[in-house]
Design a protein around this ligand. Structure first.
Ligand code: PGA
Length: 246
């Protein structure tokens, strides 16, 4: 596990973007796993910038981690809407190569199975981008989440509903369910980038990096993966007790 602490979110995002940009230059048909939330926005801005400077995304395929159940693509808080707005509309990716779980599927179980199959058919995810929830969730794998879990319908915890209510007019409007890649789906990625910024993530990050892997902190499952890079800012690293690279 490789943990890098940066003075600012901007520097962390630039470094993470550089890793992805270099990968796409080497493998134009890269398969990226993507995340939503506030955290990846600075990374996506860097990727959009790279596209402006000539980086070609036309061969890239993407799979998002999760989507709220019951929100259509046109809903401003759906993760499909978020991705179109914050990344896909700003790069020359083929929209048909961008996949987000279908929160409106009539048969959610079937949609989950198909999502797993699509990832496999694409050759698996080369780089999975993750944020971390203040409760240690990755994707919407809330504590406790089994480390062998696959894409499935999950219930959001009160903590996540409260954290995400800032995007809605009230907590009552936050969907209670989502479709999320499982912990095992995430661990199947060939490499993983986890971004963590701000003091609100410090405790969860410490759990992920320094404590015994536990289903109560799903991000701690990343300790079991051979190629994980954490890009974090100083505030987020403030609870770490061991020596890490800077
Ligand atoms: P945030 O969410 O980026 O909005 O803080 C991260 C997450 O819940 O994974």
């Amino acid at each position: 596990m490789n943990l890098r602490i940066f003075d600012s979110e901007q520097e962390a995002a630039q470094s993470a973007a550089e890793y992805i940009i270099n990968f796409i230059k080497e493998k134009p048909k890269a398969v990226l796993g993507l995340a939503t939330g506030s955290t990846p926005l600075s990374l996506y801005a860097e990727l959009a910038h790279a596209c402006n400077d000539g980086l070609n995304f036309s061969g890239v395929t993407t799979f998002n981690l999760d989507e709220y159940v019951g929100l259509p693509a046109e809903h401003e808080q759906s993760y499909r809407y978020f991705m179109n707005k914050n990344l896909f509309s700003k790069i020359n990716i083929n929209p048909q190569n961008t996949f987000v779980p279908d929160g409106m599927a009539n048969d959610s179980q079937q949609a989950c199975r198909e999502y797993e199959e699509r990832i496999k058919a694409a050759g698996g995810i080369d780089i999975q981008v993750l944020g971390i929830g203040s409760n240690g969730h990755i994707g919407f794998n809330e504590p406790p989440s089994a480390f062998d879990s696959r894409t499935r319908v999950v219930e959001l915890t009160e903590q996540t509903i409260s954290d995400n209510s800032r995007f809605f007019t009230s907590a009552a409007e936050v969907p209670r369910k989502a479709i999320s890649m499982g912990v095992a789906t995430i661990l199947d990625a060939k490499s993983i980038i986890l971004l963590s910024y701000g003091k609100g993530k410090a405790k969860a990050l410490r759990g992920a990096v320094e404590e015994q892997p536990s289903e109560m902190n799903p991000a701690s499952a990343l300790q079991l993966h051979p190629n994980v890079n954490f890009y974090v800012d100083k505030a987020s690293a403030s609870s770490l007790t061991k020596q890490h690279k800077t």
